[in-house]
Design a protein. Structure first.
Ligand code: PDD
Length: 288
């Protein structure tokens, strides 16, 4: 697969792709992003990602770099040029380049960059059968976690703490002891047959996969409750799971070293995973 990137209207070799050192994305993380799954050469849930990107740009007052239709065309062209089959499309829009100053001038021209990298979705099948461990860490992020910005330092450190503890993900826990979400995934438990996930507040990213899993649960007649849950409730739950574009339903079998349920993936996670793979197959033709 050739490695080509898109930066501000040009397709260039990834190794040569660059932005200005005074780009506000670099200097202030004044920037939003999306990660979209490419399966069988096709984009999964493109509308969900494009809509969220537009909303986030609006929240931060960053002008849209191009229409949604043009963005979709540009992304698909980059995927085709990279001859990507199973991959992750990364899209980043920064407020643009200017002499360093915290405040910004009106009418700045945003920077748009996209990359595509190969990604093995089939590895998730084995992980779904085994499950993964999570650890809990204090949620040190800013107050607008509903906006997908590249200001991810707290997430980066949380994920690194998880890796240091031999876990796959870190769950970010608020002062009230409830779980907001993972460092890069949404968080779920199953208690008494009900699928529970934190509601969409400023502490939670509205995951595109989260929406797909709620829809899948409804199709499977699994009741869904969007409400906070505490770490203690998660530890006592029958099942736990995480979801994201890169992790379409992964059972959590250990929280802070203690087993969830009997310490193996549960039936609700398995049914949801099956439904999500079906949805992927319908949209893209991909079967793991
Ligand atoms: N992360 N919560 C956080 C903090 C995330 O960073 C992500 C996605 C999600 C799940 O969102 P979605 O289902 O739309 O992927 C939830 C991406 C994959 C990343 O940063 O790599």
């Amino acid at each position: 697969m050739p490695r080509l990137a898109y930066v501000d209207g040009r397709v260039v070799p990834l190794a040569a792709a660059a932005v200005n050192v005074e780009d506000r994305g670099l200097q202030f993380a004044d920037s939003v992003y999306e990660v979209v799954a490419v399966l069988n050469g096709r984009l999964l849930d493109w509308n969900g990602h494009a809509t969220r990107l537009a909303r986030n740009l609006g929240e931060l007052g960053i002008p849209v770099p191009m229409t949604e239709a043009a963005l979709g065309l540009t992304a698909r062209r980059l995927i085709a040029l990279n001859r990507a089959r199973e991959a992750l499309l990364y899209i980043q829009v920064t407020r643009g380049t200017a002499r360093r100053d915290h405040a910004f001038a009106a009418g700045m021209r945003p920077t748009l960059a996209m990359t595509v990298r190969p990604f093995d979705f089939a590895q998730r099948v084995a992980q779904q059968a085994k499950g993964v461990a999570v650890v809990t860490v204090p949620d040190d992020r800013w107050g607008r976690c509903d906006i997908k910005t590249t200001g991810l330092l707290a997430n980066v450190l949380a994920k690194q703490a998880a890796r240091g503890a031999g876990a796959f993900e870190a769950w970010l826990v608020g002062r009230d002891d409830t779980v907001a979400e993972g460092a890069s995934t949404n968080a779920w438990i199953v208690a008494g047959g009900v699928l529970v996930t934190p509601p969409l507040t400023s502490r939670v990213l509205p995951g595109v996969m989260r929406a797909a899993v709620i829809e899948a649960a409804e199709g499977l007649q699994v009741r869904v409750e969007e409400r906070p849950f505490a770490v203690a409730e998660a530890r006592a739950a029958d099942e736990a799971l995480i979801t994201s574009t890169t992790v379409p339903v992964l059972p959590v079998v250990r929280i802070d070293g203690a087993p969830v349920g009997d310490g193996t993936p549960g039936p609700v996670a398995a049914r949801l995973a099956g439904a999500v793979w079906d949805r992927i197959a319908v949209q893209t033709g991909y079967c793991p």
